[in-house]
Design a protein around this ligand. Structure first.
Ligand SMILES: C[S@@+](CC[C@H](N)C(=O)[O-])C[C@H]1O[C@@H](n2cnc3c(N)ncnc32)[C@H](O)[C@@H]1O
Length: 369
């Protein structure tokens, strides 16, 4: 990780606007910044849209803003025109550093550009500890924003949700909000309420830890080059009290089992939690949860899933080794056949939906129904 530029801050600098600069299109042309398919680069050149993304983050006055994947700086520019105190950008592709350097100089060093991979960046080391606020008070004056490739934004939000659940990494400093772009279909899943056709594991994992809001959508044609799908801008604010008070791994496992069969009765999904010969435990789990076994997983509220998590943990207290049980490796031949059908149907759905090349693996990973 290489720091290209660092800054000193003052209120006057904070209030300054950028001087006239070459347009993003000119920057791309001058530096020969063609979009790289390998890094799923799709640029937003329309400053009205990038301003709208920045506006949807809320009031940034006096904030430290961390932008992931600035590219040629389409979002960075309105960030520098806001009253944010400091903007730290993290970019994996070194070709963008010279153009970010121009912005750093034009902004009188309010911008710090870091050459690095967001997936392995220690965010807490970038934020002064003076920014810290108590978890149960207002969020700190820090914001994370980014228009990342779809292949990165979903694994990243899962990684960050884990950090939010343990109050680690950047979230050791308080309830830092995020504004991130996703493939529109993934954004719909993140915010999907019970009974929605989009309800899935990702909906529950996001909603038990954060207040989530789909701010607006951007048509694919607004990007250069245009992806085949539209994009949704999602705002996350970590909740003071998560709706499920169990370890992240437990919540993840319970969701994985429940949404394995999202449209069948819950009793069927609960039968995947335990070995075939332990039907007694399935009955226990339904009874302890108090959930109607004829509800279907996609109809469950986060509160219902909280009850399943608590019931599962009660059973694990008696037989902790059951946590290791993996229905996918232990499935009977009949179940394996069913599973084969399920994977086939997932592949059919994904194959028909014109996603980016590398969407397939992460959409499977987040439980597309
Ligand atoms: C979809 S482009 C968006 C660029 C710019 N923010 C915009 O809106 O026009 C994604 C950017 O993220 C960068 N990127 C991709 N993977 C990254 C990673 N793991 N860490 C940091 N940046 C990454 C790409 O190089 C690219 O500049």
């Amino acid at each position: 990780m290489k720091i290209v530029n660092s800054i000193g801050l003052s209120f006057c600098q904070m209030m300054q606007r950028l001087p006239p600069l070459p347009s993003i299109q000119e920057i791309i042309r001058i530096y020969g910044l063609s979009a790289r398919k390998k890094l799923s680069q799709n640029f937003l050149l329309d400053l009205n849209l990038t301003k709208k993304i920045v506006k949807s983050a809320g009031i940034l006055d006096g904030c430290i803003v961390i932008e992931v994947g600035p590219g040629p700086g389409g979002i960075t520019r309105p960030l520098l025109n806001s009253n944010a105190n400091k903007i730290i950008v993290i970019e994996k592709d070194s070709r963008f550093l010279p153009s970010l350097q121009i912005l750093a100089e034009a902004s009188k060093q309010r911008l710090e550009a870091i050459h690095g991979d967001i997936l392995s960046t220690n965010l807490s080391s970038l934020i002064p500890s003076a920014c810290q606020t108590q978890w149960d008070s207002s969020p700190p004056l820090v914001h994370i924003i980014g228009n990342l490739p779809f292949s990165v934004s979903t694994p990243l939000i899962i990684q960050w949700l884990h950090s939010i659940s343990t109050r680690s990494s950047a979230w050791s400093l308080g309830r830092i909000p995020l504004t991130l772009t996703f493939q529109k279909e993934v954004a719909e899943r993140i915010v999907a309420p019970p009974k929605s056709e989009y309800r899935c594991r990702l909906s529950v994992m996001c909603q038990y830890l954060c207040d989530v809001k789909l701010k607006f959508s951007i048509p694919g044609r607004a990007f250069v080059p245009p992806p085949k799908v539209d994009v949704g801008v999602v705002h996350f604010v970590p909740k003071i009290k998560p709706l499920i008070n169990q370890p992240f791994k437990v919540v993840e496992k319970v969701n994985r089992h429940l949404f394995h069969l999202p449209n069948k009765y819950c009793s069927k999904a609960v039968s995947t939690f335990f070995p075939l010969e332990r039907e007694d435990l399935c009955t226990d789990m339904i009874e302890l949860s108090g959930i109607n076994p004829e509800k279907r997983p996609f109809e469950l509220s986060v509160e219902d899933i909280r009850r399943f998590c608590d019931a599962y943990v009660e059973i694990l207290k008696r037989e902790p080794e059951l946590f290791e049980y993996d229905f996918r490796s232990q499935a009977s031949s009949k179940e394996r056949r069913n599973k084969g059908n399920l994977i086939q149907s997932l592949e059919d759905q994904i194959g028909n939906s014109n996603h980016f090349d590398d969407d397939e693996s992460y959409l499977k990973g987040v439980g597309v129904r």
